[in-house]
Design a protein around this ligand. Structure first.
Ligand SMILES: [Zn+2]
Length: 270
């Protein structure tokens, strides 16, 4: 297996994995979505709420705020030694909020949550929660814990996580007369003429639409569009709770752990 990074920044990672099967690529995708833990608010204690939204509605909105996650400092509640329903400092982060609209309408934002641990805070401070009319008040406590996307989408670390087969485009130069008609029909503008010969650039951007073949007047068409069964291009977009590279790293670790668990079971039953 080979891995090469195509584009990398904090929240977006594009990379190619070669020499694997579609089953493996899908296992990696599903693990990133469903098994990599992140922090999310799971419990809200409403002390005072005179806003127009019900308590349940507010709690739901708080739950969906992406929170920065520290996987080294926190552990999953089911794996924590405290075995307490309320949780402890190792498995729970808390927030408080107290806002009153005095004489003008006030919007409550995610940034108004006061974290007890500054390393666990909303990814964006500008997520609107509710508007308070003059005189309305909101006072609450919120508790976040680690969880997995398979339980609820609020714990999913990725907003987008996809893969596609690496496209392959070949041009038989002995049959292509270089008329260039196909160039203008490629919606991704991937074809160009170089030294009077048709060439493809950025083949990984190809969407396999085959417009180049459909618009070609030659019979049989010298262009062949296909894909590789063993090369996959991944796009991982983080919600901001974890860096995109960390999500891939953590997913790979999870797959490894599951594989060794399976081996152990097979050994024990042998
Ligand atoms: Zn605990």
């Amino acid at each position: 297996m080979e891995l090469s990074v195509i584009k990398k920044d904090k929240d977006v990672l594009r990379f190619m994995v070669s020499g694997v099967t579609a089953a493996f690529a899908n296992a990696l995708r599903r693990t990133m979505m469903a098994e990599v833990p992140t922090m999310a608010i799971d419990d809200v204690i409403v002390i005072e709420n005179t806003s127009v939204l019900f308590d349940e509605f507010l709690a739901h909105r708080f739950g969906l705020i992406p929170l920065t996650t520290d996987l080294d400092a926190y552990t999953l509640p089911e794996k924590c030694d405290c075995k307490s329903e309320l949780g402890c400092n190792r498995c729970r982060a808390s927030f408080t909020m107290e806002i009153e609209a005095k004489d003008k309408t006030t919007t409550v934002y995610s940034g108004d949550l006061e974290p007890d641990n500054p390393s666990i805070r909303p990814v964006s401070e500008k997520i609107p929660i509710v508007k308070l009319a003059p005189g309305q008040k909101l006072k609450l406590e919120a508790y976040a814990k680690l969880g997995r996307g398979q339980e609820h989408a609020k714990w999913q670390p990725v907003s987008a996580c996809t893969y596609k087969y690496l496209p392959t485009v070949s041009i038989d130069t002995s049959k292509c007369d270089g008329c260039g008609d196909c160039i203008k029909y490629c919606p991704k503008c991937l074809l160009e003429m170089k030294d009077k010969k048709l060439v493809v650039k950025d083949v990984e951007e190809c969407t396999l639409c085959t417009q180049c073949i459909k618009r070609c007047s030659k019979e049989p068409c010298p262009i062949k569009v296909g894909w590789s069964e063993t090369d996959f291009i991944f796009l991982v977009e983080s919600t901001g709770s974890l860096p995109a590279t960390k999500i891939v790293e953590e997913a790979a670790k999870q797959i490894g752990e599951k594989a060794s668990e399976l081996l152990q079971i097979l050994k024990d039953t042998a």
